[in-house]
Every structure is written in structure tokens, then in C-alpha cells.
Design a binder for this molecule. Structure first.
Ligand code: CAA
Ligand code: NAD
Length: 282
């Protein structure tokens, strides 16, 4: 199947980026969120990114208008009836994702693919909420989506070769590099990245160094483009905590226990850049 129309569920930082790269690749997009305000926020993020591309002379105002015209906003899941593929990028919570997939399963066409951008959750478990587990797959984009080349592709236990190949072909059309990995907590990306971020938080928690010093060490010493605490704020501390909890529960190994300081910040609503405060103030 050639994907011509997608629905992106969740218009946050990932969903808006996913919608943008599809529209830029000539694919029709429905950008869905729980309310109009959230859908509009995601849409405005896309407008801002495209305007920057115009300023840099990479696209024209006409290109921008054509791309924008491919994106429709929605607050009604019924729009899923109309698409070849759904890409879910709502909050990192298994109950939310399972309930969305169960509902999407009753709405989307029988041949439609249901993909999730989950950072760490089991694709097989999400697929089990549907009557079509063979058409459910993980398509894990990296943040910021318009910039980062990688897409991890994760098959659930039942995902067919056809569905896998369609999604790999789609990733190439988006000018991304798909890498297939197996369905285990955190896949490859977050199994390696998130314990490093968690350890950076422990380093602050135990008074070894300030957030600024930790970030400076990793930027200047290891050539990371962002220090781990800046990156945690950028990802969202709620998402970081959900991922650590998934690793901890999934492997049953205390080496993945989330740092209490991370829990405290999330409880305080200090979720990083998106709420204006995390390890840094924005
Ligand atoms: N959306 C779109 N484009 C963006 C952007 C955003 N949020 N932020 C930056 N960019 C673009 C800029 O427009 C700029 O584009 P041009 O080169 O075309 O001009 C380019 O990215 C570089 O930006 P800057 O010069 O402003 O800043 P920078 O050189 O520091 O790069 C960065 C910014 C690309 C974000 C870089 O700091 C970086 O690579 N950081 C690490 C990102 C990372 O590790 N991402 C993975 C997170 S983990 C994940 O995604 C998985 C998960 O499940 C949690
Ligand atoms: P975010 O908080 O920026 O956005 C989430 C959006 O989902 C919000 O707009 C929210 O209103 C919406 N939402 C919540 N419940 C919903 C529902 N039932 N139906 C429709 N929309 C709903 O989060 P994000 O950073 O964009 O993350 C989204 C997903 O992508 C998560 O699963 C996350 O783990 C994953 N992810 C995040 C990153 C990252 O760096 N932040 C990277 C890769 C993958």
C-alpha cells in the first residue's frame, strides 16, 4: 500500500513535527488532539517552523501555503475513517494508548495501519487492544522530528511483513533513516539514552554537580549537542519519568529506578521546556 493520507493523534511537540514532515512529503494529514486549543497549538508550531524555512530561503511562501493546505485539524476521532494510516503521538501512558487503539480499531478502515510513536511501551501490548494486531507497528520518531533522521521501526509480535515494508517505505519518503529494532522496553534508543539522563539527574540529586556543570561536562567532554539535563527538559520530564518507569517495570531491574528528584519535578508540574520550568527556566 502507498500511504496517501495519515491521521496524527496528539498535536504536541512530536505530533506536530510528525504532521509537518508528512505534509512536506506530499501526504495529506489530519492533526488530531483532545480539544481545539491543543490542535491549534500544534498547527501554530508547524507554521512557525515553515516560516523559518521560508526565511532561510529553503522553501517559498507558495510552498509553505501548499504544505499548510495539506493539514486539517481535528478533535473528532471519526476522521480516522478516511485515512490509510494513523500515527499515535499522545501522552506516554499505556491506558491512554490502549484505549485510543481500541477506539481507532472500530473506526479505521479494515486495511488501515495503526502506528504508535511510543518511546518505550510494548507495541505488542498496544496491538492487543485491537482486533488487527498484525497491522499495528511502532514508528518511533526522534525530537525535533523535522531535524532528526532516525525512525526506529518496531514490529509487535503479530506485525506482518507487508505492514513493516509499507512503514519502511514511508520513512524513506519522509527522508528519514529507518532502523528495525525488537519490541523490548525502550527499544534501543531509550534503553541507552534514558538511563544516562536518569544518572545525570542522580548526579545533581546527590550534590555531585549543578545542572549547568553536568551539561557542560557532557557537551564539552563528550561532544553531545545538548547536555543531558537540557535534553531532559527538551524531551519533557513527564515523558522521561514514564520511560524510566517502563524500563524499571519491564526489566524488573533496580538499575532503572527513576531518580526521586525526577519524580519530584514531575509532581511539581516542572515538566521542562513545555511548561517553562524544569532543570532550567525558560
Ligand atoms: N523544530 C524544528 N527545527 C528545529 C527545532 C525544532 N524544535 N530546533 C532546532 N531546529 C532546527 C533549526 O531551525 C536549525 O535548522 P537549520 O540548520 O536548517 O538552520 C537546526 O535545527 C539547528 O538548530 P540550532 O542552530 O538552533 O541549534 P543546534 O545546532 O543546537 O541544534 C538540535 C538543535 C538539533 C535540537 C540539537 O541541539 C540536537 O541535536 N540536540 C539533541 C537532540 C536529541 O538528542 N534528540 C533525541 C531526543 S530523544 C528522542 O527523541 C526519543 C524519545 O523517545 C525521548
Ligand atoms: P506532548 O506532551 O508535547 O504532547 C502530547 C499531546 O497529546 C498533547 O497535545 C495532548 O493534549 C495530546 N493528548 C493526550 N491525550 C490524548 C488523547 N487521548 N487523544 C488525543 N490527544 C491526546 O508530548 P510529546 O513529547 O509530543 O510526546 C508524545 C508521544 O511521543 C509520547 O508517547 C512520547 O513518549 C513520544 N515521544 C516523545 C519524544 C520527545 O522527545 N518528547 C520523542 C519520541 C517519542
Amino acid at each position: 500500500m502507498k500511504v496517501k493520507k495519515v491521521m496524527v493523534i496528539g498535536a504536541g511537540q512530536m505530533g506536530s513535527g510528525i504532521a509537518q514532515v508528512h505534509a512536506m512529503a506530499g501526504i495529506e494529514v489530519i492533526l488530531h488532539d483532545v480539544n481545539e486549543e491543543a490542535a491549534e497549538r500544534g498547527f501554530k508550531m508547524i507554521l512557525k517552523n515553515l516560516s523559518r524555512q521560508v526565511e532561510k530561503g529553503r522553501i517559498t511562501e507558495v510552498d509553505k501555503a501548499i504544505i499548510i493546505n495539506r493539514i486539517e485539524r481535528s478533535t473528532d476521532l471519526e476522521y480516522a475513517r478516511d485515512v490509510d494510516m494513523v500515527i499515535e503521538a499522545a501522552v506516554e501512558n499505556i491506558e491512554v494508548k490502549s484505549s485510543l487503539f481500541a477506539e481507532l480499531d472500530t473506526i479505521a478502515r479494515a486495511e488501515a495501519i495503526l502506528a504508535t510513536n511510543t518511546s518505550a511501551l510494548s507495541i505488542t501490548e498496544v496491538a492487543a487492544a485491537t482486533s488487527r494486531p498484525e497491522q499495528v507497528i511502532g514508528m518511533h520518531f526522534m525530537n525535533p522530528v523535522p531535524v532528526m533522521k532516525l525512525v526506529e521501526i518496531i514490529r509487535g509480535l503479530a506485525t506482518t511483513d507487508d505492514v513493516y515494508e509499507t512503514v519502511v517505505a514511508l520513512a524513506h519518503r519522509l527522508c528519514k533513516t529507518p532502523v528495525e529494532v525488537n519490541d523490548f522496553p525502550g527499544f534501543v534508543s531509550n534503553r541507552i539514552l534514558m538511563p544516562m539522563i536518569n544518572e545525570a539527574i542522580f548526579t545533581v540529586y546527590e550534590g555531585v554537580a549543578t545542572p549547568e556543570a553536568v551539561d557542560e561536562v557532557m557537551k564539552r567532554g563528550m561532544n553531545h549537542p545538548m547536555g543531558p539535563l537540557t535534553l531532559a527538559d527538551f524531551i519533557g520530564l513527564d515523558t522521561c519519568l514514564y520511560i524510566m518507569e517502563t524500563l524499571h517495570a519491564g526489566f524488573g531491574d533496580d538499575k532503572y529506578r527513576p531518580c526521586p528528584l525526577l519524580r519530584k519535578y514531575v509532581k511539581a508540574g516542572w515538566l521542562g521546556k513545555k511548561t517553562g520550568r524544569g532543570f532550567y527556566q525558560y
